[in-house]
Design a protein around this ligand. Structure first.
Ligand code: GAL
Length: 779
């Protein structure tokens, strides 16, 4: 029998400066009673405090126009990730034949000790690995100690630190199924039939049985005398982005050791005419996401990830690029369940370094083994459709850079011949000239929509998509006038960027340019926006302007609140009727002056009224190839409108018929707090989260769009306040506090179940405002 214990609670933790850890802390005798109690997954950086000296680097980013090294402050989030951490926990073992520890990832370099003895470790924070501890454990109580180190300048974004993913203790019989030892490989599929090979990697036995349950619950039993079985399906129930049907295979060997894995039946075709899923042409409406989940940092949490992905799906997202590293398995499980296609990416750098202590240090010793381990772990997930061997790797410049690409292509295909490989390439035409682009099956180009036609004409058989697109920057709900396209690194004194959605750094562009080129090039398989959510670190363009410490790139802010362009994608990517007007209509001091009004909609035409007076009708333009034509293809603009307090009203028509109208009023003084909850109920498991959004409204319930008030949350019953975040890239109050200033009238509180079932109540108050509370159930 196999027993799985997730090691979650009862960890002791201590953070040290680099080189301060003394070996005695790993021994069974060491007294850790003064250490902090933590539960795992745990990210040691997220508690704060923010400081401009946390992981500041002095470097020169040539692409961004720097001519000398500058102090870059918020580059990895301005949080205390650098240093060493030690975790200690005691666990029980009975009489067992085999015992293993499985780590889904430890940030960033780690060494594992059992009862004071070194038993393993890992050099790469995003890698899952197992350690055989059979010879080091005894019946009774045993000590696990984990030593993790995050060096300065080891990442281009926030990495977090420590045991940020799950840890499992697994006991098995002496003949057992190995780690990642089940591979359900799709051999063939059409509408009527599918064939799979099931291959088992096991120790000390021959043969296995497989109990396969289809999405309708019908069970098929198979058995094999060796390590392979073949499973033929009549009328397979396909996995698709709209219907993510999953099969389950329970594999059992003679000793009773058994594991269950899920898989899906789907046909993916990458062609020079585009991408096809189950014989249907499908544009990939994708996003790139880093691994942090905002205010809770890098610590993996299913409910936080589910919320992120649901918010993305609602915008029309059907694909995700796990930039620039292998994700947590929980993320892939969710993508399997939600129907999101995944590009599983291996690395941000190969031998050529981007940061001083990045993966290039490990490349020669580990790269091929790491690729093998990533692919073996993730290849049963139906959501994974491509392996990306790297992002903007420096080898694009090197004449023999193709050798590394070929090495990865060969290795990846040896382990998984069923999926194509790709890479995010940005140095065009060098990446073609030096052949790297030809060693990947599907070419991902970063920020090159204007070249899609050219590339396709030059290399008609190349399979192409936009692996990284847009990089539009903004701060939610903040506006700067005039509203104009600004492709530069221009800055504002208040360290915000206008939410008109027209700003981007020089290598990038406003979102409509990509949308337009994608429409005109159906043979390009789609795009992956940089990024779906804001993330910690990389506060372009404010590299050195503390306190900017998180990115401005997200379509959704760090707190999970949509910026305006969320509705641009929603109107372009979904059939959900969308009518989104911006900016707000509270412009005290600019009465009589020009305040442009823009609308994202998928209705045919819209008439705009200001205080009842028509400002004219607009429809989407479809001709022209210059910047403004791209914009006008996807947004309606009234650029000469003058501000006067009152109301702006948009009336939308389809086929000549009025379909919807929306009004934004000039809000009065802040009066009350309105709360809304993300989940109606959450699990009573001691780790599930809910997200409560506070809105500051006037007497009539209008959002006060400029309100920046200190709000305080409290919770009772079955949840505790965990973190607060307004999505403000400049906020330096620690996340894990119950109070924070709102941004553009809004603030989000993350609450965590305390292990109890029943009613949870979350309340919010602020000076001079009517308080409010909201209830939900923990089940
Ligand atoms: C790309 C890079 C991303 C991110 C982005 C910002 O070049 O691949 O990781 O840095 O730029 O625009």
């Amino acid at each position: 029998m196999r027993n799985i214990f997730i090691l979650k609670n009862n960890f002791k933790f201590k953070k040290y400066n680099l080189n301060e850890v003394d070996e005695s802390v790993f021994s069974t005798e060491y007294d850790d009673s003064s250490w902090k109690n933590v539960s795992v997954p745990h990210d040691w950086g997220i508690e704060g405090d923010f400081s401009e000296d946390n992981d500041a680097t002095y470097s020169m980013i040539v692409q961004d126009g720097m001519t000398k090294p500058e102090k870059q402050t918020g580059r990895t989030g301005g949080l205390p990730i650098v240093g060493e951490g030690v975790y200690r926990t005691w666990f029980q073992i009975d009489d067992v034949e085999k015992a293993f520890l499985e780590f889904d990832g430890i940030m960033r370099e780690s060494v594992i000790y059992i009862n004071g003895k070194k038993v393993g470790g890992c050099h790469f924070g995003y890698l899952s690995f197992e350690v055989d501890i059979t010879n080091y454990v005894k019946k009774g109580t045993n000590l696990l100690a984990v030593h993790a180190i995050v060096y300065p300048d080891s990442s281009r974004w926030y990495s977090g630190g420590g045991l940020y993913r799950n840890v499992r203790l697994i006991t098995k019989p002496s003949s057992y199924i190995k780690y990642n030892g089940v591979w359900v490989r799709q051999i063939y599929v059409d509408e009527k039939s599918a064939l799979f090979d099931i291959t088992i990697d096991y120790e000390g036995t021959t043969g296995f049985t497989a109990k396969i349950t289809d999405p309708n619950g019908t069970v098929t039993e198979l058995s094999s005398n060796d390590n392979k079985a073949s499973y033929f399906i009549d009328n397979p129930i396909l996995w698709d982005v709209n219907k993510p049907n999953l099969y389950t295979a329970q594999i059992t060997i003679d000793s009773g050791d058994s594991i269950t894995t899920r898989f899906g039946v789907r046909k993916t075709e990458f062609t020079k005419d585009g991408f096809f899923l189950n014989d249907r042409y499908l544009k990939m409406n994708g996003v790139c996401l880093h691994h942090d989940t905002g205010s809770i940092g890098a610590a993996i949490n299913r409910s936080a990830l589910l919320r992120q992905l649901q918010i993305m799906k609602e915008m029309g997202v059907n694909a995700l690029r796990t930039s620039h590293n292998p994700p947590a398995t929980e993320l892939l499980d969710l993508c399997d369940e939600l129907g999101i296609l995944v590009i599983d990416e291996f690395f941000d750098e190969w031998r050529n370094k981007k940061v001083e202590n990045g993966y290039s240090k490990n490349f020669n010793d580990h790269a091929l083994k790491d690729v093998e381990s990533i692919v073996c772990r993730d290849r049963n997930h139906p959501s994974v459709i491509m392996w990306s061997i790297g992002n903007e790797i420096g080898e694009q410049w090197q004449e023999d850079g193709w050798k590394v690409a070929r090495m990865f292509a060969d290795k990846t295909k040896e382990i998984d011949p069923t999926r194509p490989i790709t890479a995010g390439l940005d140095w065009y035409p060098h990446c073609f000239d030096n052949r790297i682009a030809f060693y990947v099956d599907v070419v991902g180009l970063n920020y090159k929509p204007h070249l899609y036609k050219e590339v396709k004409e030059k290399y008609p058989n190349i399979l192409l998509y936009g692996s990284e697109t847009a990089s539009c920057i903004s701060t939610r709900g903040v506006y700067k006038l005039p509203a104009k396209i600004d492709i530069s690194l221009s800055k504002n004194d208040d360290l915000t960027i206008s939410d008109y959605g027209l700003c981007a750094p020089p290598w990038a562009y406003f979102p409509e340019r990509e949308l337009s080129n994608q429409k005109d090039n159906p043979n390009v398989m789609g795009e992956f926006i940089w990024t779906g959510f804001d993330y910690l670190g990389e506060p372009t363009p404010y590299y050195s302007e503390w306190p900017s410490r998180s990115s401005y790139f997200g379509v959704v802010d760090l707190a999970g609140l949509p910026k305006n362009r969320y509705y641009l994608y929603k109107s372009a990517w979904t059939d959900t009727p969308t009518l989104h007007i911006f900016p707000h209509w509270n412009w005290k001091g600019v009465e009589g002056q020009t305040v442009p009004v823009h609308i994202y909609t998928n209705y045919d035409k819209v008439e705009l009224f200001i205080n009842g007076i028509s400002q004219g009708i607009r429809t989407h333009k479809i001709d022209g190839n210059d910047d403004i034509s791209h914009v006008e293809r996807f947004r309606l603009m009234w650029n000469d409108t003058k501000y006067e307090p009152g109301e702006i009203c948009a009336v939308a028509y389809k086929n000549g018929k009025e379909m919807e109208r929306k009004t934004i009023y000039t809000a009065g003084e802040p009066y009350a707090i309105e709360l809304s909850k993300y989940y109606n109920e959450i699990n009573a498991d001691g780790e599930s989260l809910n997200y409560i959004t506070a809105k500051i409204v006037d007497k009539n319930g209008n959002l006060c769009p400029n309100a920046c008030s200190l709000l305080t949350f409290s919770a009772n019953g079955t949840v505790e306040v965990y973190a607060t975040d307004a999505g403000d890239q400049r906020e330096t109050e620690a996340f894990l506090r119950p109070d924070k200033k709102s941004l553009s009238g809004m603030l989000v509180c993350c609450v965590r179940n305390n292990g109890k079932q029943g009613k949870a109540t979350v309340s919010c108050s602020g000076n001079g405002l009517l308080s409010s509370s909201v209830d939900f159930e923990c089940i």
